[in-house]
Ligand binder design. Structure first.
Ligand code: NAD
Ligand code: DAU
Length: 351
């Protein structure tokens, strides 16, 4: 019997992890702790929120007493920690928000777990979900492995690197059982439309400019979000204590190539003329400190745990576009109100 605290479960990846665990493990109690920031949305969990093994707790990671009472109320046995400020562009504008949530919030959570589990740390797992961005940027060749030195370049990645270090330090110092995974770029349903793929899907639907940063030749390694959730499930149950696992799709795309594929698929699905959406492509001022290339070597998780992606990029992208076209209400709820202000402040002097 496990009572698992999943933080950030109302966000993009967290909602897929919550759904997977609630449906696959009816014997577990799944507690979703989320502050419901701009990125948290309970609509992401509408299909499972009546399940008898699912519980939602609105709480902020900065509020240590609130975390403590959630631990007591649900007798939490394990943590899967996803809650974070996650958008690089926002971290460039407001670095301190990332320090508060990603560093101090993680340390608060570690402290509560450390106190509540002190009788026997071996019975409890603290699993931290991290990012490949902690490794910095690659040149034209090479891949990030689990032993690549940390070299974060943005306030976001610096805050994630710091939280990874704290998790390791708590394992070393207090002998807590921990695991960390570092994943590449995710995409899929419920992706918040500030990130490249959902932003561009939304802009193609509404015929707005597609703001390509710099020369568009930056490279990312894309993974379907449901494959990330499956990897998290495997690592949670079978991963070795105090280890790191890299997760990625061996699926590198230069931004401009990905954007052209997205335009082509969307023209077909929307019944638009061939080449119509590509005309929306607009090169804009680059992101400061923009990492040139990320690419994950996912050999370890494949060899040790047998994980590999189940969905090809073409399938995943096509399913993602279909999901956004079928869920316009979800998109409309997000892109009204505060989102418009964010979009204007981020892009009005860029495009
Ligand atoms: P997201 O921004 O969609 O969701 C973050 C969630 O955390 C939201 O529900 C938000 O309400 C919650 N949250 C934020 N601050 C909080 C606080 N102070 N207290 C409690 N809850 C808070 O993020 P995502 O893209 O789903 O990423 C989830 C995790 O995975 C993050 O830790 C991120 O660093 C990591 N990650 C993301 C990607 C990616 O491509 N999106 C890739 C690798 C790793
Ligand atoms: O690598 C994992 C990381 O991937 C996660 O840790 C982050 O939480 C997640 O946000 C993501 O970071 P990126 O910065 O890579 O993702 P983003 O979608 O913001 O940008 C992807 C690429 O597209 C990047 O090279 C910047 C570029 N871009 C992005 C936006 C939003 C544009 O050219 N135009 C845009 O408008």
């Amino acid at each position: 019997m496990k009572n698992i605290l999943i933080t950030g479960g109302a966000g993009f990846i967290g909602s897929h992890v919550v759904r997977l665990f609630v449906t696959k493990y009816p014997q577990y109690k799944i507690v979703n702790l989320d502050a419901l920031t701009y990125a948290g949305n309970l609509e992401n969990l509408k299909d499972i929120d009546h399940s008898s093994n699912y519980f939602f707790e609105k709480a902020n990671l900065l509020d240590a007493p609130a975390i403590e009472s959630v631990f007591d109320k649900h007798q939490i046995t394990d943590v899967i920690h996803l809650a974070a400020e996650s958008h690089v562009d926002r971290s460039i504008v407001s670095p301190l928000d990332f320090v508060y949530t990603n560093i101090i919030g993680t340390v608060n959570l570690l402290n509560v777990a450390r106190t509540k589990w002190k009788d026997d740390y071996s019975k409890h797992l603290f699993y931290h979900i991290s990012t490949d961005e902690v490794y910095g940027a690659l040149g034209d060749t090479g891949l990030f492995t689990e032993t690549t030195p940390y070299h974060p370049n943005s306030p976001y990645s610096a805050s994630k690197a710091s939280s990874d270090h704290f998790v390791r330090a708590y394992a070393e110092t207090y002998h807590m059982k921990t695991v960390v995974s570092n994943c590449s770029n995710n995409y899929g349903p419920f992706h918040f439309p500030e990130k490249l793929i959902p932003l561009f899907i939304n802009n193609i639907i509404t015929k707005k400019p597609l703001p390509v940063y710099g020369d568009g030749l930056y490279t990312r390694d894309w993974l379907y979000v449901k494959d990330h959730a499956l990897a998290i499930d495997l690592i949670f149950h079978k991963g070795k204590a105090d280890e790191t696992y890299n997760i990625g799709g061996f699926n590198e795309w230069r931004n401009i190539d990905l954007i052209k594929l997205l335009c082509k698929l969307m023209d077909e699905k929307l019944g638009r003329a061939k080449g119509e959406s590509e005309q929306l492509i607009t090169y804009v001022k680059d992101r400061p400190g923009h990492d040139r290339r990320y690419a994950i070597d996912a050999t370890k998780i494949n060899k040790e745990l047998g994980w590999k992606p189940t969905v090809t990029f073409e399938q995943g992208l096509s399913e993602t576009i279909d999901w956004f076209l079928q869920n316009t209400e979800w998109l409309d709820h997000i892109t009204s109100g505060a989102y418009e202000k964010y979009y204007d402040s981020m892009y009005s002097n860029r495009v």
